[in-house]
Design a protein around this ligand. Sequence first.
Ligand code: HEC
Length: 187
Amino acid sequence: MQCDSTQLSNPKPENHRHSSTAFRFRRIVDVMLSLMGPVALCGGLSAIVSGCDRTPALPVAYRALPTLALPAGDSSAGNLVFRNECEKCHQLTPGKNFKGPQLMNIYGAKAAALSDYTRYSQALKTSHWTWDQPTLQRYLADPGGALPHGKMLYDGLLDAKERQDVIAYLATLRSPVPISKTVTPQS
Ligand code: HEC
């Protein structure tokens, strides 16, 4: 109020309607402030992009190092399949969960086990699956059919060889868990 000169020269609220240049300027500042408020609250430009719905980051979760033997399949061909089909939703770095959970150490892991990925479906959480070869084969062929009410909005890989190759690739994703980190055990 104290720094508002328009208010002093136009004490009656109705005068605001006959907008002076100063008043227009105030409107612009008001609009800018109302746009900037949420930005300040949510921490930067990324908030505008994300729609300001961020929850505080959870501690990074790790899956234990896989112990299952490597399955058949061409893992370098599988790497390409992964890049074309999966990478837009799945990263491979612990803590980097985007649309889908990150997939490091996934082969042989329990389904829906990452505590820092908050969007698992109830269906996957209660599936009690282990990501071994037959389970991945079924799921990747037809995610919606294998897991009704699951959240992986992906049509599936129709080609059996591509499935086997991508499974072979997933099985090569093995990264030791940093010492002193809590681990989601392999089943
Ligand atoms: C459109 C985004 C999208 C694409 C494309 C996609 N996924 Fe997923 N994926 C998800 C989501 C979301 C989930 C979580 C599903 C749930 O909770 O029901 C998931 C879950 C998974 C899981 C289980 C992870 C866990 O922690 O239990 C595996 C394994 C998986 N996806 C593999 C793949 C592979 C391999 C491909 C490519 C052939 C692929 N996904 C393509 C979004 C995607």
